[in-house]
Design a protein around this ligand. Structure first.
Ligand code: ATP
Length: 319
């Protein structure tokens, strides 16, 4: 089925006969595969008598060569999948298999893309970026400090380069445009953080997605903000580059060197929020983050610091 998609990706008309010949199958087999493409990948295909078949819009697929060409610096070797349960899950399996880090896992779609605490990341085919970078960390708890916040800055920067000037951060791990979520980050760790461990830096960015009924909160995409379709291979190269820049700063100078920049880009500074941890809730005013990346909240008259993967921040209705 994906071979057929690759033949159609130029957005031009192709006759059933030519497609069948290229794939070595009958015209009716081509027809069946087209139905499957439409149904499974939600790709509209124009069928015009006498001319053949055409994708409603040309598709640019992820491609290692194109990423390398768009890259100016180091290019982490990518494993590219047409479809995978989750790029983070595949990254964890690759670590288990002994695949040497650093490396990237990219996919055209995720069938079980994940957010924090088992939540779902909506991941339609060939529209967005589903990106997991695997790093090996040797004996450096300090190298893990604030790491997901550092990734957020790198994602925000890559988005601004694409023209999303208003991209900003929401503690701990979202990138928003105003109130709309454009990217999410999920870090997963295996091994012993005090000795040798691997960390998977998972990033989902809404790139060319223009419609979905599946996301249950406000969202947007680069294309919706800028009005322009984005070449995802180019975006992978740019994200590699902004990540390299921020990860090097983090490695050399620690999170405290990055903390002021993160705070400057925090959209919810000074806002009245509720911090939710399971069934319990703390209300306060966002003061910022500390040098370890923990949230600083003014609760009553007292400054309190909060950290941990189970925490969610919500704006209070009265803020
Ligand atoms: P938190 O404030 O705890 O981070 P969150 O709701 O942003 O809360 P995440 O785990 O970061 O949670 O992300 C998962 C959530 O993001 C989903 O529950 C869904 O509401 C939303 N979501 C899922 N897919 C997308 C997408 N492609 N774009 C934007 N938002 C999405």
């Amino acid at each position: 089925m994906l071979m057929l998609l690759k033949l159609l990706k130029d957005g031009r008309f192709h006759s059933g006969q030519a497609l069948g010949a290229a794939l070595g199958v009958s015209r009716s087999a081509v027809w069946k595969q087209l139905q499957q493409l439409e149904a499974e990948l939600n790709l509209p295909i124009h069928k015009v008598r006498g001319r053949g078949y055409q994708l409603a819009a040309p598709l640019s697929l992820l491609d290692q060569e194109a990423i390398a060409q768009a890259s100016s610096g180091e290019c982490w070797p990518p494993l590219i999948f047409d479809s995978i349960d989750s790029t983070n899950a595949e990254a964890l399996r690759a670590i288990e298999r002994g695949h040497a880090a650093p490396f990237l896992v990219l996919a055209e779609r995720q069938s079980a893309g994940r957010g924090r605490r088992g939540r779902k990341w909506v991941s339609p085919f060939a529209e967005n970026l589903y990106y997991s970078l695997v790093l090996r960390i040797d004996g450096g708890m300090r190298q893990l400090e604030g790491l997901s916040l550092v990734v957020g800055l790198a994602v925000m920067q890559a988005l601004r380069e694409q023209g999303v000037a208003e991209a900003g951060l929401k503690w701990p791990n979202d990138v928003l445009v105003g109130t709309r979520k454009i990217a999410g980050i999920l870090l997963e760790l295996v091994g012993d953080p005090a000795d040798v461990c691997h960390v998977v830096l998972g990033v989902g960015i809404n790139v060319n997605m223009q419609a979905t009924t599946e996301v249950d909160q406000d969202w947007t995409s680069v294309r919706l903000v800028t009005g322009k379709a984005v070449d995802r291979n180019h975006l992978v190269a740019r994200l590699n580059s902004t990540l390299q820049y921020y990860l090097a700063r983090h490695r050399e100078s620690g999170f405290e060197a990055i903390q002021p920049e993160w705070e400057q880009n925090h959209l919810w500074q000074g806002r009245a929020v509720s911090l939710i941890a399971g069934a319990s809730q703390v209300d306060g005013i966002v003061l910022g983050i500390d040098q370890q990346g923990a949230l600083r909240l003014k609760v009553g008259e007292v400054e309190k610091h909060f950290s941990g993967g189970e925490l969610s921040l919500r704006l209070r209705d009265d803020s």
